[in-house]
Design a protein around this ligand. Structure first.
Ligand SMILES: [Zn+2]
Ligand SMILES: [Zn+2]
Length: 447
């Protein structure tokens, strides 16, 4: 008897930061490894105060912000800290998708440990590394194929694509020596790949899994408005028809579905869609991973343009997009011809864009959870200063509370562990199989 177990080393009573360790005899595999979005993480490190790049793991371990496990971290990340370096005792890491809260700590990992990702996720991660300060470290990268089993010792892992607010997101079915686990990663079923999510949950139900590890971002009280992707499209259409001025939009940088929605809405309204150089680079990099013509690529797709902000230096990866790019002055002159995607971080461009008062601003991201959200206050100060008209329209990357309960009941899993949520107890309505996980406790699989 190998007595396989599962342990939650993150993602317990917090959104993000999932770190799930499955042990089966000598085999140990980890699912996801990134920082959480919980306030606890910000008690010690904030924007301007970060762990030292020479000893990241040591500096995070000081406050228990990463799990204290041996044979996981690289020699470099541990530095001369109190947790000593040991050769790999974790035999593989599987990453469900490229969001930071699932992949953001990979750079701490021993470069000997293989990291398994979907082909598209590998592309996304390298595009992000090129165009931002984010680093994921060197690893033997193993690229998996949809629904094709991977074997790590005696453990079998089957990756299933799911719908989420970043493409190439996966859930997993994990078969151990004595029982089966399903891990959902992050998912929704109101986006363009809803059928993938349904197929995954059908496979989970057929498998009669012993343990279902399910994300619950939107479980519990959530007053925030949510649309489907199609709902976002008709909302944007309405605004673009009603307003003749420059339209501004703010989205998550890797939400390819939203970028496509905005692009087609702009075309339908006889406008051009203008993206940042970083988004242009991302679209060009991921396009080959999609069916031909599905992803609009700058320089090829009609009506897709690039915004050149004033910068002192341009990086090599930016240059291919700059020759035909539009400046803020050009956008200002003929605003009604464009929809401009503008990140919060680039709001100073508004000083040059100076859109006429009443120009629409489409906030196509989550509403803040709390009323004293600093970023939200700063954004509204800017909008007010320039007299922009605020429109909230977003399709979440996550299933709603009632949808989650329905899925839990339908899978018939023997045990259900809600993770990636601040309200795991909200799942208890789904029945007695629901267990509230504790950080670090080993739970037996299949007994
Ligand atoms: Zn997440
Ligand atoms: Zn996610």
């Amino acid at each position: 008897m190998k007595n396989p177990t599962l342990r939650f080393l993150g993602g317990v009573r917090e959104i993000g930061g999932n770190k799930i360790l499955i042990e089966d005899g000598p085999e140990r595999i980890l699912f996801d490894f990134g920082p959480s979005f919980s306030p606890r993480a910000e008690e010690f490190y904030v924007d301007y105060l970060q762990p030292r790049s020479t000893s990241r793991a040591k500096d995070l371990l000081e406050f228990d912000l990463v799990p204290r496990i041996s044979g996981l971290y690289s020699r470099e990340a541990l530095g001369d800290g109190e947790l000593a370096y040991a050769p790999p005792e974790v035999h593989a890491i599987f990453v469900s998708h490229a969001h930071a809260d699932h992949a953001g700590y990979l750079d701490l990992v021993d470069p000997e440990i293989p990291v398994h990702v979907g082909e598209g996720t590998r592309t996304l991660l390298s595009a992000i590394e090129t165009s931002t300060r984010m680093k994921y470290g060197d690893h033997p990268w193993k690229v998996f194929t949809d629904r094709t089993p991977i074997h790590v010792g005696g453990i079998e892992v089957v990756p299933y694509p799911v719908d989420h607010s970043i493409p190439f997101a996966y859930g997993f079915i994990v078969r151990t020596s004595e029982g089966t686990v399903a891990y959902t990663g992050d998912f929704r079923h109101h986006g363009p790949r809803a059928a993938d999510t349904h197929a995954f949950f059908e496979a989970v139900a057929n498998e009669r899994v012993d343990a279902l590890l399910i994300e619950g971002t939107r479980a519990g009280p959530d007053p925030r408005r949510n649309l489907s992707e199609a709902g976002v499209r008709s909302g944007v259409d309405r605004v673009l028809t009603a307003r003749p001025e420059l339209a501004l939009a703010c989205t998550y940088p890797r939400d390819i579905d939203r970028l496509r929605t905005l692009y087609s809405a702009a075309l339908a309204a006889d406008r051009e869609f203008v993206v940042s150089v970083r988004t242009a680079h991302l679209l060009s990099e991921v396009a080959p991973r999609f069916p031909v013509g599905e992803i609009p690529v700058p320089g090829h797709a009609p009506g897709l343009r690039v915004h050149a902000r004033k910068k002192r230096v341009s990086y090599l990866w930016e240059r291919p997009f700059l020759s035909d790019a539009l400046s803020s002055e050009e956008l200002r002159r003929e605003g009604r011809k464009y929809v401009l995607a503008l990140d919060l971080a680039h709001f100073p461009e508004l000083i040059d864009l100076r859109p006429p008062r009443g120009s629409p601003f489409l906030h196509s991201m989550s509403e803040p959870f709390s009323e004293d959200d600093v970023d939200d206050r700063v954004m509204h100060n800017w909008l007010e200063h320039f007299g922009l008209e605020f429109h909230q329209m977003h399709a979440s990357g996550h299933a709603s509370g009632p949808e989650l309960l329905e899925l839990v009941r339908a899978t018939g899993a023997k045990a259900v562990y809600p993770i990636h949520t601040e309200h795991p107890e909200a799942f208890e309505k789904a029945g007695p199989s629901v267990r509230l996980p504790e950080l670090g406790t080993p739970y037996p699989i299949g007994r």
